[in-house]
Design a protein. Structure first.
Length: 417
């Protein structure tokens, strides 16, 4: 990945604080080759001294350094009157979750775990610099309680920073999932070798079978633990949105539950249902860019405000498109307000141009929204919601998804909770 510069555009300035000469040199080379103007400091104290001179667009700092560590450096930057809003990336290790929590508390915007890939580093830097993402000292703080690696954690930081923390955690868990996939391949090779040995000899076979079963059990437990942690992180991401829009608290969970039930009713596989659970929880993640006062406005929105609300689909897609989910999550998030006749947004897609997952979420989203209370109106009830999707079945909403949804409520007794 390279950093593309427009003609006559000044290079973005990046200040590095890293006490390891080799790590600092490697980091500087990567960023310089990508078109950034890099200044390196050997620790936080030197970085703080050079801050007014460099006036960086971004600071990247190691955590553990002599004289002034990364936490102290980050905290000192946030106290600077002129440069206190400069975006900060901390280089840390996900093996110690509390290190990351401490970084949140002193004002870090993002985290990159060691060892990191050049692609991840550059994509993170480019994302922050292109979006102008930074943390203001005046940003409101929110408190999130979650559990990672069996440890209960309480996080107090801005909504954007809390979101970055959970996204960082999720991306690293996905990396662990790739490692788990390689472990599965190693196990398959072990099984193949074992079968060959069976043909040659039987002595000692029982011991090898026992070891294989132990490995299979450990692998299964590791996968289940990873899946549980991923589930918890997805829910925590959804929680960061609901904290900004308390009137729709529980909306993403209920949409997820209904979308999963519709998928099951349509005879989707267990993996399809699992993917729908994730997509339902994250379908409104883009609302993190919408001002809270617009999300909770009790009156009618004007055209400008409505356009800001509509932008959440594209924003959610931009947030999630770089994460390698095993399902089309970013596409579903982008398209869940598209309609079959092309009257939806943001792309005006029609019929089969819309992802199947997005068509299912669209039905679940409309039914849940109409049946629930909103700041600008009371709940309309489930009968009105089912009437809406039935009336426009085949024109706005996917017929199969509508039929499955209606059958859930009228025949199977499904209830939104």
């Amino acid at each position: 990945m390279t950093h593309e510069e427009k003609p006559n555009t000044p290079r973005k300035r990046i200040l590095i604080a890293e006490d390891s000469r080799s790590q600092s040199a490697m980091l500087s080379d990567i960023l310089t080759d990508s078109g950034y103007a890099v200044t390196a400091a050997k620790d936080g104290l030197e970085g703080l001294q050079r801050l007014p001179e460099v006036r960086p667009d971004l600071v990247i700092s190691d955590v553990w350094m002599p004289r002034m560590n990364g936490y102290e450096f980050c905290e000192s930057i946030r106290q600077d009157e002129g440069l206190g809003n400069t975006p900060i990336i901390l280089l840390t290790s996900l093996s110690n979750i509390r290190d990351i929590i401490r970084g949140l508390e002193v004002g870090a915007d993002y985290f990159i775990t060691k060892p990191y890939s050049e692609e991840l580093l550059l994509s993170t830097v480019e994302s922050i610099l292109s979006s102008g993402q930074s943390q203001s000292r005046d940003d409101p703080k929110v408190s999130v309680e979650t559990e990672l690696e069996g440890v209960a954690l309480s996080i107090l930081a801005s909504p954007q920073t809390v979101f970055n923390f959970f996204r960082t955690t999720y991306e690293n868990l996905l990396h662990d999932n790739h490692q788990l996939g390689r472990a599965k391949l190693d196990l398959k090779r072990l099984n193949d070798r074992l079968e060959e040995k069976v043909k040659e000899k039987t002595r000692g076979l029982e011991e090898e079978i026992v070891e294989r079963k132990k490995a299979e059990k450990a692998l299964k437990e590791s996968f289940e633990n990873l899946r549980n942690t991923l589930d918890g992180t997805v829910r925590a991401l959804a929680t960061t949105i609901e904290m900004r829009d308390p009137y729709t608290a529980g909306h993403q969970r209920r949409v997820s539950e209904l979308a999963c039930a519709i998928t099951k009713e349509m005879r989707g596989s267990a993996e399809d249902i699992k993917g729908m659970e994730v997509m339902g929880f994250l379908h409104d993640i883009g609302k993190i860019v919408v001002p809270a006062e617009i999300l909770s406005k009790p009156g009618k929105l004007n055209d400008l405000e409505f356009n800001m609300i509509k932008a959440h689909s594209q924003a959610g897609h931009n947030i999630l498109k770089g994460i390698e989910f095993p399902w089309p999550v970013s596409a579903a998030v982008l398209q869940h307000h598209e309609r079959l006749n092309g009257s939806g947004y943001p792309g005006g897609l029609k019929g089969p141009e819309i992802a199947r997952e997005a068509r299912i979420i669209a039905v679940a989203d409309v039914v849940e929204s109409m049946a629930s209370h909103r700041p600008y109106r009371p709940a309309l009830g489930i009968e009105a919601a089912l009437g809406e999707v039935t009336q426009h079945k085949g024109t706005l909403y996917d017929p199969d998804a509508v039929d499955a949804c209606v059958n859930l409520f009228t025949v199977r007794g499904f209830v939104l909770t």
